[in-house]
Design a protein around this ligand. Structure first.
Ligand SMILES: [Zn+2]
Length: 506
C-alpha cells in the first residue's frame, strides 16, 4: 500500500503540469493580439511561465542540416531577450514540409522550434519575440517569458513583398525601419525604388546633389536584409516616371539642372526617348551599377508604368511597338546574362480601350499592349490594383489574364484593406505567385500601419473573420525595431517624424 501511494505521488506532479489549467480568456486574448501576422493556429496549453533565460533548453528541429543554425539562434536570442539558453540542433523527420513554415512548442523549461529550413526557425523566433511577456516586479527588466503554447504557421504564398520608395526627403533610418519591419512581419522581398536618390558614379546627374542615398547605406541595408530573411530588389524605371520625381511635384531630377540631357527624354519629360540610342546606354549603366550595389539580386524591377505617348519627331516616325519591344528585351537580356529576372508593372501591357479591363487599372494602348505576347515568360508581372474590387466576389481579371499567359504574377494592392483581403484570397484561388504591397509616399502614420499589418496578414493567410489590426501593437513592434537599428534621432521614432509641425503655420 505504501508503495502504491508513493507511485501515485510520483506521477501526480508531472501529470499536474501537463494538464494545468489554461490561461483565462482575457489572458489568452492579450497574448494572441500581439502577433502580427496572426498565426494559423495558436493553442495555450498551460498556465506556467516558460522563462527565456539561461536555464531554458531550445531544441531546433530542422529538415536539413545547417551547421550555422545554433550560432544564428544564439545571436537572435541574445538580441531579442538578452540571454543565452542551451541550444540543441538536430536534423529531424516530421518537421513542417514547406519552406518557411514553422511550429513552436513551449512548455516547462523547453522551447522547441521545428521547420524545414532556417527561414522557418527565424520566423518562429520573430513570433516568440512578439508573444513574449516580461517581469512586472521591479523597475528594470530582468526576464522575458512565454505562456505554455503551441503555434503552427505557414505562409499562404511564396512571394511576399513590399515596395518602398527612397525619396530625396527620406532618411536612411526610416528606410531601414520599413525593411526591418517587413522582415519582422515575415515578408521575404522588398523592392527599393530610388526617386532621384541613387548615387550613380557614371551618371551623377540622375540624382539630386545633396539629397542622394549613400552607397554605403544601400550596401548595409542589403546585407541587413539578408540577415533578417528579406531580399532587397532594386528598381529603376525604363519607360515612364523618367523624371525621377513624383508627377504631382512637377520636379524633374535631371532636367531641372541639366538641360543638356534633354535628348534623353520625350518633350513631356515624363517618358524616356527610346528611339535615342544614348538612352539605352545611360539606363544600362545605372541598372548595372544598381545591380552591383544590391549584391546581384535574383530580380530587378524595371518599372515601365504610366508612360506617356511618344511625342518627339524621331519616336513618332518609328514603329513604336517594335521600338518598345526592343527596348524592353534589351534590358531583359542584359539582366538575364547576370541570371537576374525582370519584374515590371503591368499597366502598359493592356489596352485601355479593351472592354475586358473596364473597372481595372490599365494605362496602355494598342501599340504598347501589342508587345505582351512577345515577352519572355520569366518576366514577373506586378499587377497593381488599388481599389476595393468592382464586385463582391472579385476575381481580378487582369491578374488572372497574365497568369493564363503563363507569367509569374504578383498582385499589388495599396492601402485599401478590403482590396488587400480580396486580392489575397484571389492569389490563393487563382494560384498566382504572391503579393507586392506598395507604400509610395504614404510610408508614415495610419497608412504605413494599414499597408504593413494587413499586407502581412493576407500574405500569411486571409481568413474572412480576421478581426483587424491594432495600432498599439504596431507601435510596440516599431519600438522593438527601433532598438535593433538603434534609433537615436527623435524624428526616427514612431510612425511620424513630428508630433507638431516643426514650423507651425501662422
Ligand atoms: Zn523620342
Amino acid at each position: 500500500m505504501q508503495r502504491f501511494i508513493f507511485t501515485v505521488l510520483l506521477f501526480a506532479v508531472p501529470f499536474g503540469l501537463c494538464f494545468a489549467a489554461p490561461l483565462s480568456p482575457a489572458e489568452q486574448a492579450a497574448f494572441k493580439k500581439r502577433l502580427l501576422p496572426q498565426p494559423q493556429k495558436i493553442e495555450f496549453t498551460g498556465n506556467a511561465d516558460v522563462v527565456l533565460d539561461s536555464t531554458l533548453t531550445v531544441n531546433i528541429e530542422l529538415g536539413v542540416g545547417d551547421s550555422s543554425a545554433a550560432q544564428k539562434v544564439k545571436t537572435l536570442f541574445k538580441q531579442f531577450f538578452g540571454t543565452e539558453p542551451k541550444i540543441v540542433v538536430a536534423k529531424t523527420d516530421g518537421v513542417p514540409a514547406a519552406s518557411e513554415a514553422y511550429r513552436i512548442s513551449a512548455t516547462g523549461k523547453t522551447l522547441t522550434l521545428s521547420a524545414a529550413d532556417f527561414a522557418g526557425i527565424r520566423y518562429a523566433l520573430y513570433s516568440i519575440r512578439q508573444l513574449a511577456e516580461y517581469n512586472h516586479d521591479s523597475e528594470h527588466l530582468t526576464a522575458y517569458f512565454l505562456p505554455e503554447v503551441k503555434i503552427t504557421d505557414a505562409p499562404a504564398m511564396k512571394f511576399r513583398g513590399i515596395h518602398i520608395c527612397w525619396f530625396p526627403e527620406s532618411r536612411a533610418a526610416r528606410i531601414e525601419q520599413a525593411i526591418r519591419l517587413a522582415a519582422y512581419y515575415k515578408m521575404n522581398y522588398a523592392v527599393l525604388e530610388c526617386w532621384g536618390t541613387f548615387p550613380s558614379v557614371k551618371h551623377p546627374e540622375i540624382g539630386w546633389e545633396g539629397k542622394k542615398a549613400k552607397i554605403e547605406d544601400i550596401r548595409r541595408l542589403v546585407k541587413t536584409g539578408k540577415e533578417l530573411g528579406i531580399t532587397l530588389i532594386p528598381q529603376f524605371n525604363l519607360f515612364g516616371h523618367a523624371s525621377g520625381s513624383r508627377g504631382g511635384s512637377l520636379k524633374h531630377t535631371p532636367l531641372d539642372r541639366h538641360p543638356e540631357l534633354l535628348p534623353l527624354y520625350e518633350p513631356d519629360g515624363w517618358t524616356w526617348c527610346i528611339s535615342n540610342p544614348a538612352t539605352k546606354t545611360v539606363i544600362a549603366d545605372i541598372v548595372l551599377e544598381m545591380y552591383e550595389a544590391f549584391d546581384k539580386p535574383p530580380f530587378f524591377h524595371v518599372g515601365f508604368d504610366e508612360a506617356g505617348a511618344p511625342e518627339c519627331r524621331r519616336c513618332l516616325r518609328t514603329d513604336y511597338t517594335q521600338l518598345l519591344k526592343e527596348h524592353l528585351l534589351y534590358f531583359h537580356k542584359l539582366l538575364a546574362q547576370q541570371n537576374c529576372r525582370i519584374m515590371m508593372w503591368h499597366d502598359m501591357l493592356l489596352d485601355t480601350a479593351d472592354p475586358r479591363w473596364n473597372g481595372y487599372t490599365v494605362c496602355g494602348n494598342k501599340k504598347t499592349a501589342a508587345i505582351l505576347d512577345e515577352l519572355p515568360k520569366d518576366i514577373v508581372i506586378c499587377d497593381w490594383q488599388y481599389g476595393t474590387g468592382k464586385e463582391k466576389d472579385e476575381t481580378w481579371a487582369t491578374q488572372r489574364y497574365f497568369k493564363e499567359k503563363e507569367f509569374t504574377v504578383l498582385a499589388c494592392p495599396y492601402e485599401d484593406t478590403s482590396g488587400m483581403r480580396s486580392q489575397g484570397r484571389n492569389i490563393v484561388d487563382a494560384k498566382l505567385d504572391g503579393m507586392l504591397c506598395t507604400s509610395w509616399h504614404h510610408l508614415y502614420g495610419q497608412n504605413f500601419y494599414k499597408i504593413f499589418s494587413m499586407g502581412a496578414q493576407v500574405m500569411w493567410h486571409a481568413p474572412p473573420d480576421y478581426p483587424g489590426v491594432w495600432s498599439e501593437v504596431f507601435g510596440r513592434h516599431l519600438r522593438q525595431i527601433g532598438w535593433d537599428i538603434p534609433i537615436t534621432d527623435y524624428r526616427d521614432s514612431g510612425w511620424l517624424d513630428w508630433q507638431l509641425p516643426p514650423e507651425p503655420a501662422q
